[in-house]
Design a protein around this ligand. Sequence first.
Ligand code: SF4
Length: 215
Amino acid sequence: MCDLCEAKPCRNGDRESFPPYCPGRQLSREEAIGLYDGQDRDALRTAASVEAGGYCRWTRCEEIMAYATGCGYGRLGLAFCAGLSYEAAVFAGILRENGFLVSSVCCKNCSVPKQELGIPPASMVRGGAEYEASCNPIGQARLLMESGCQLGIILGLCVGHDSLFIKHFDGPVTVLAVKDRVTGNAPLAPIYTATSYYKRLSSFVKTQLSNPKNG
Ligand code: SF4
């Protein structure tokens, strides 16, 4: 329950002040250090150098390029949502201008109809009235791996589709941006206003999921 810990003594090495519920009490410092060896330790060091190297100066776009460079990843795989095609084209162009080899796969690759995956009309955006291709995140992972991508980059995949992509991409994955159709891809906006405009969040499961028609 780190979310309840306001002091965060783990930030400054003050183990004596760890609260009773602190998960950090379950691992010794040596055990925690032992979690990182080989490539994982290299990746951690590279991430640290990116964080410090561009601290509060580099955008996430720049940090991704710095991280890829630091890890020696020259071939990048962009898994993007069709709804963010413009952003994907701009980002892929920037990566290429910076010398990276980029493969990109749109979420609707292979154009698999939702019906053939057992998705009922009630779970279709247009109720099954017209052709709806399912997102194919496992296809994105497989196609990007087959093209030799060393780092997967997610741009706006749907909730759950992103989970499947991460599960099936056999390598490191990072995220440029997540999608939130309602907030213009700013999913933290409702969090910042959770005690005012978005009070409804606290009763979402009870009021919305028990009666989907309320949506
Ligand atoms: S790891 Fe421990 S000290 Fe750090 S935030 Fe969580 S509870 Fe607090």
